[in-house]
Ligand binder design. Structure first.
Ligand code: GRF
Length: 215
């Protein structure tokens, strides 16, 4: 069983989806710790109610990003994870962590990267009247939202759709594709080998899993 550590800052619906899939045995992993930089993150309550260890490392208690990352690194080292999952973690990690765990950290981002790295992706999609929106899952590198892509899921935007409606559909899409990717990683069917994502026994277009959802 793989040991997974989650890093979150907020609601934790993606965490919930993965916890649910671990419980059914679909994902063969133990979530050994859920870490948040935000003491009020609701995801911490979700983890506690599943009996999962939680840890708050509040960035506001640190003078610099490096000091925060040092403590985060120490804590993660102690937990000894096989996989670190960033699911709505709103801090940029320093190379201390991204280099040490390259190939072992993944992130979910609500856009079709390389389009719209950073914040406010949903509003940008609406403002620009994009015909499609989606989700990307990638290995984390030193560059924000730019590490090797593992999977993308695309949804069609709808006329006159509100921001909240779009966000809800993106979230539903995230829960599906993230669960799938994490399952494959835990089954050793997806690995990062010298910077390249390798898929074993998974039908792909040769580059990455690219799925289309009608949610
Ligand atoms: C998701 O939209 C994810 O793509 C982004 O942050 C959000 C987290 O949502 N990185 P939740 O906390 O999992 O509900």
């Amino acid at each position: 069983m793989k040991r997974i550590v989650f890093l979150i800052s907020g609601n934790g619906t993606n965490l919930q989806a993965i916890m649910d899939n671990c419980k059914t045995g679909d994902i063969k992993a133990n979530i050994v710790s859920v870490i948040s930089n935000n003491p009020d993150a609701f995801g911490l309550e979700r983890a506690k109610s599943e009996g999962i260890e939680t840890k708050v490392i509040n960035h506001k208690d640190y003078k610099t990003r490096d000091l925060f990352d040092n403590d985060l690194f120490k804590y993660i080292e102690g937990v000894n994870p096989d996989l670190i999952v960033l699911a709505g973690f709103m801090r940029i990690l320093t190379p201390k962590i991204t280099d040490s765990y390259f190939g072992k950290i993944i992130n979910i981002h609500p856009s079709l990267l390389p389009k719209y790295p950073g914040l406010d992706t949903h509003s940008k999609v609406i403002e620009n009247k994009d015909s499609h929106h989606g989700v990307s899952i990638h290995y984390v590198s030193n560059e924000l939202d730019a590490g090797p892509l593992i999977a993308q899921a695309t949804i069609k935007t709808k006329d006159a759709e509100t921001l909240d409606e779009l966000i809800e559909r993106v979230h539903a899409t995230e829960h599906k594709i993230f669960s799938k990717v994490i399952k494959f990683i835990c089954d050793d069917q997806i690995i990062l080998d010298t910077g390249k994502v390798i898929f074993h026994d998974i039908k792909t277009n040769g580059v990455h899993i690219d799925e289309y959802f009608e949610i």
